[in-house]
Design a protein around this ligand. Structure first.
Ligand SMILES: NC(=O)c1ccc[n+]([C@@H]2O[C@H](COP(=O)([O-])OP(=O)(O)OC[C@H]3O[C@@H](n4cnc5c(N)ncnc54)[C@H](OP(=O)(O)O)[C@@H]3O)[C@@H](O)[C@H]2O)c1
Ligand SMILES: *[C@@H]1O[C@H](CO)[C@@H](O)[C@H](O)[C@H]1NC(C)=O
Length: 342
């Protein structure tokens, strides 16, 4: 009995493994040539020369991949990161990668991209204010702001200002950041704001009676709530930015192999299986970052605002993300929470 069961498990595991291998290798190989040709053509259309882009959380995962690609398109990229050492290391690596590819391209006139590291801890309103002050002093323009940084299903923690960590970092920190940079974005119009949310917004709800999860903390719910807040924020901001030349759109990246799962504990024995599954089925950071890059640079979305995207296409939202009254109330409360309204 036990032997047959074991044999079935082994056979299933082997078969499954082969299937995963096939899924990863063949479609990728077949598409690779086509993809690099179309990507090159698209990139040529989306040159970012002379444009300044801020990316939050640019030292890791999706933010790092977007930084690399926008740098390749010759933007001035400001990596807004909480840990200066980790950020400098990522910047060094990116510069090295770009140095290589720019030599391969063989010159070609015009400026090169620039990479700048600035400290931004979204879990501290003080740090957000300091960051914005520095940007307003140093930068003459801001063409794109990508609100990408995020924290996922951490244990119960509070930000420096006493907000539940996921709501505080994913929503409130970015809320203050965006508001403090709006003037510069407006004076640089046409300009764009790109917000990275998640499909998990669908399990969220803005429970105004306990935004800091003091009555009850559910880490999955808190993540979903913060990602729902990202969408409601985008829609309300788009309404407020009508006719300013500043657009704001929100996206979900799909499931991507990054450091986001750092707070999720996977039992040691399950790790190889998890790694196999993620290698086979999750997107790479560069694949996952495509919609951020598209919204930041493509002429196709010039003037488009207040929309939700996945895989570089507009998608429909569920009713919980389309409630304009909740969006407005969230905006008002957020203003008070971050001290924009006294
Ligand atoms: N990966 C996915 O499958 C997936 C799916 C849906 C949505 N998303 C969204 O994609 C975005 C990027 O995540 P990722 O997958 O690329 O994860 P990641 O590799 O963990 O990157 C997250 C980035 O956010 C930064 N960050 C975290 N807390 C911060 C704070 N207090 N202040 C400033 N920066 C902070 C991290 O900095 P440190 O490196 O210093 O920690 C890191 O640079 C997130 O908004 C996430 O919700 C990801
Ligand atoms: C936590 O929230 C998620 C939805 O976000 C829900 O599916 C789950 O049942 C909740 N867990 C508990 C213990 O309430």
């Amino acid at each position: 009995m036990a032997a047959t069961a074991a044999a079935v498990v082994v056979a299933a595991a082997l078969g499954g493994g082969l299937l995963l291998l096939a899924r990863r290798l063949w479609p990728a190989a077949a598409a690779a040539g086509k993809r690099s040709a179309t990507a090159a053509a698209a990139a040529a259309l989306c040159r970012m020369e002379g444009k300044t882009v801020i990316i939050t959380g640019a030292n890791s995962g999706l933010g790092r991949a977007a930084a690399a690609e926008l740098l390749r398109r010759r933007a001035r990229v400001i990596m807004a990161c909480r840990d200066p050492a980790r950020a400098e290391e990522a910047a060094r690596e990116l510069r090295a990668e770009m140095g290589l590819s720019s030599r391969e391209r063989g010159g070609g006139g015009g400026g090169r991209g620039e990479l700048v590291v600035r400290e931004l801890d979204l879990a501290s309103l003080c740090s957000v204010r300091r960051f914005c002050q520095q940007v307003l002093q140093e930068e003459s323009r801001l063409d794109v702001l990508i609100n990408n940084a995020g924290i996922f299903q951490c244990p119960y923690m509070k930000t420096e200002d006493g907000f539940e960590m996921q709501f505080g970092v994913n929503h409130l920190g970015h809320f203050l950041l965006t508001n403090l940079l709006l003037g510069l974005l407006k004076s640089s119009a046409p300009s764009r704001i790109v917000v990275v949310s998640s499909k998990l917004y669908k399990y969220g709800e803005i429970n105004f009676d306990d935004l800091n999860s003091e009555l009850n903390y559910n880490k999955s719910f808190a993540y979903s709530r913060s990602k729902l807040a990202n969408i409601l924020f985008t829609r309300e901001l788009a309404r407020r930015l009508e006719n300013t030349g500043v657009t704001v759109n929100v996206l979900h990246p799909g499931i991507v192999r990054t450091n986001l799962g750092r707070h999720i504990h996977i039992p040691l024995l399950a790790k190889p299986l998890f790694n196999l599954v993620s290698w086979a089925f999750f997107k790479t950071p560069l694949e996952g970052a495509q919609t951020s890059i598209y919204l930041a640079s493509s002429p196709e979305v010039e003037g488009v605002s207040g929309k939700y995207f996945g895989n570089c296409k507009e998608e429909q939202l569920l009713p919980n993300a389309m409630d304009d009254l909740v969006a407005r109330k969230l905006w008002d409360i957020s203003e008070v929470m971050v001290g924009l309204l006294k």
